[in-house]
Design a protein around this ligand. Sequence first.
Ligand code: SF4
Length: 459
Amino acid sequence: MVTIDRELLERYDRPGPRYTSYPTAPVWADSFGPKDYEARLAAAGRRDEEPFSLYVHIPYCESMCWYCACSVVVSKDPEKARRYVDTVLQEADIVSRHLGETGRRILQHHWGGGTPTFLPPAECRRLFVGLCERFPLEPGAEVSIEVDPRVTTREHLEVLAEVGFHRISMGVQDFDPEVQEAINRVQSFETTSKLVEDARALGFDSVNLDLVYGLPYQGEKSFTRTLELVGEMQPDRVACYSYAHVPWLKKHQKLMPESAMPTGEQKQALFRLALEALIGADMEPIGMDHFARSTDELCTAAHAGSLHRNFMGYTTRVAEDMLSFGVTSIGEVDGAFMQNIKDVKTWRQSVENGELPTHRGHRRSEDDHRRRRIILDLMCRFRLDYADHGGREMFKQRYADALERLQVMASDGLLSISDDGLMVSETGKLLIRNLAMAFDAYLPGQQSDDEGPKFSRTV
Ligand code: SF4
């Protein structure tokens, strides 16, 4: 098992993106608006043969977890659900109108949040059916949802399974009572395991559990217990994320005792425990933070070098374009990224006026495209062949600065550089964000502003 010494960890522990997109969101500009998105949709609609991914953001949660870095609206008012579904379907009509007549189908349909099961079961059905009427699924499409076990009922699962959801992802984070108290998320093992059982009984063919390491009071003993309990539920996939501490961006994170948070070295030890436990439970590490059973299609794709990564995480379904709906949601269409308006009232007003609620975006340049492919190779394959990127000479010429930075990392044992390309080492896999950062043309000068760093730390 790899261990990284303290000096090396400290040197690489710096603010850095997770690269769910390249260029990353802070680079996008509000000069990209509804008209730009309209043009991208019209162009995308003409490419009849390619599939889309589709993402819906449901921002509501009944309470705030203090570690959370997502876009969340806290509410217990069920009336909000009906109005929200109405507006998302109206937004879908607008997007559909701008796409025009198209034969493009949906290969991957995913709901995230917030808490998608904040919507009562009948509203979940209405939203899913309404979206599929406007954007039909391809045969065999992946249909997945993120749920919070504390608010998700058997009836939710029945409806979701009946309409076609077959992958489910549940937040766990940690089962230790002291940690749960400190993060304002009390969730028993019994509630979670019952939901896993129900999901399996109702035909969900993939259950993912999310863990977070780096939370207050997490220690090796209690985290080992959490990992044992996770093992008992026999998930198909596990995501084990490093806690992103960004209290200057997410003020509620200040409600957790910072002095009780593990140091970089302690975080490493926690992640190593997860690695050992999950590999011991017949799972394989996939890309950054993810694990899957050796029989899972993610492992097959990882071995074949065909794994892909988008805003929804690692996937085997490669669709270059992703339609997105809901407040603050992020999409990717015809070589551009776009993000919706961030507050519900303004987003709704815009949709009710018949306009795309685009708040900002970025149209990728040729250089962006090339660097994005490099970063995808590193994050998904942990290797890069010069031959796939214009050949050795071209690569060395174009990315001389990056290769200079990588030389230092190579001497630290993070990768090897040969005449054919780059190969990330086991140590480098744990610091893959740092390696990707070497190719980020926007990063210098972009890592922080007056309000503080824009990214969480890489360790
Ligand atoms: S339930 Fe999920 S999205 Fe909602 S506050 Fe907690 S962590 Fe954030």
